[in-house]
Design a protein around this ligand. Structure first.
Ligand SMILES: NC(=O)c1ccc[n+]([C@@H]2O[C@H](COP(=O)([O-])OP(=O)(O)OC[C@H]3O[C@@H](n4cnc5c(N)ncnc54)[C@H](OP(=O)(O)O)[C@@H]3O)[C@@H](O)[C@H]2O)c1
Length: 245
């Protein structure tokens, strides 16, 4: 069987880099996509130093021309894509996590967040889908967050009830809906599409206050990328456990 090829967005640091490292250690060929060439190449050099088969791809997910280039690059070089990990994500609201900013959120913050965390994920995924259909066992992993859960946000007893950053949270809710809809659209194919909640992880986005180390934070993405044929699709998962939408 030919080697599996995985494209990971935002692979230069944080959960994306660690996901590339862990998947690479399992023998997957990594296309480490990063918007910044210097940081992306530095990340790939670190992967090479660990004996991982990895290459850099310049991909700002907000850039439609680079999305098209990614399609052409993978089509010409591999003719298929086995794993797509939509990991790149932003949180532009830098206020106090305990302050609900719903009444004051700016349209700019909303649009910026939705562009990267939702619209461009759709664009990249739908563009690459013809290549994923060529895989024997395509896997799509959307990096969501527990903060996208409407069930937990509407439950005053839930641990996230008082963490309401409107743009970030709703962009992940929309992403979850894409997971459900795309999984249903692909139900008659071998392709599996799932949303991952990595946990609250020590990264630039998660901050030093987060309880989870990045090694554990990448585990959900890796597991969903390597699901067997009888694994779930259209689910919202954290470390093997299903979360409520
Ligand atoms: N950390 C947590 O606690 C946590 C919890 C739940 C969900 N998540 C999700 O997990 C994913 C990874 O987060 P992280 O904690 O690893 O964050 P991070 O350390 O801030 O890394 C984010 C990555 O996304 C990249 N990125 C952002 N915008 C991009 C764009 N337009 N094009 C290409 N790359 C872009 C960043 O690139 P640059 O280096 O160029 O900025 C970086 O590589 C995100 O989707 C996040 O929402 C994280």
């Amino acid at each position: 069987m030919s080697k599996k090829i995985a494209l990971i967005t935002g692979a230069n640091k944080g959960i994306g880099f660690e996901t590339a490292r862990q998947l690479g250690k399992q023998g997957v060929s990594i296309i480490a996509a990063s918007r910044n060439k210097e940081r992306g190449i530095a990340a790939v050099e670190k992967l090479h130093a660990e004996g991982i088969d990895a290459e850099f791809l310049q991909l700002d997910v907000d850039n439609d021309a680079e999305i098209q280039f990614a399609f052409e690059f993978i089509q010409n070089k591999y003719g298929k894509l086995d794993i797509l990990i939509n990991n790149a994500g932003i949180q532009v609201e830098h206020g106090d996590w305990g302050v609900n900013n719903t009444p004051t959120i700016s349209e700019k913050a909303l649009r910026e967040t939705f562009d990267t965390n939702f619209f461009q994920v759709l664009k990249l995924t739908n563009t690459l889908l013809p290549l994923i259909r060529k895989s024997e066992a395509g896997r799509i992993v959307n990096l969501s967050s527990i903060l996208g859960s409407l069930t937990l946000h509407s439950d005053p007893s839930s641990p996230i009830y008082n963490s309401k950053l409107f743009a970030y949270d709703t962009s992940k809710t929309a992403l979850n809906s894409y997971t459900i809809h795309l999984a249903a659209a692909l139900q008659d194919t071998p392709i599996k599409v799932n949303s991952a909640h990595p946990g609250w992880v020590k990264t630039d986005l998660g901050s030093d206050a987060a309880p989870m180390e990045v090694e554990d934070g990448a585990k959900t993405s890796v597991a969903l990328a390597l699901l067997e044929a009888d694994g779930p699709t259209g689910k919202y998962i954290h470390l093997g456990q299903e979360l409520p939408w």
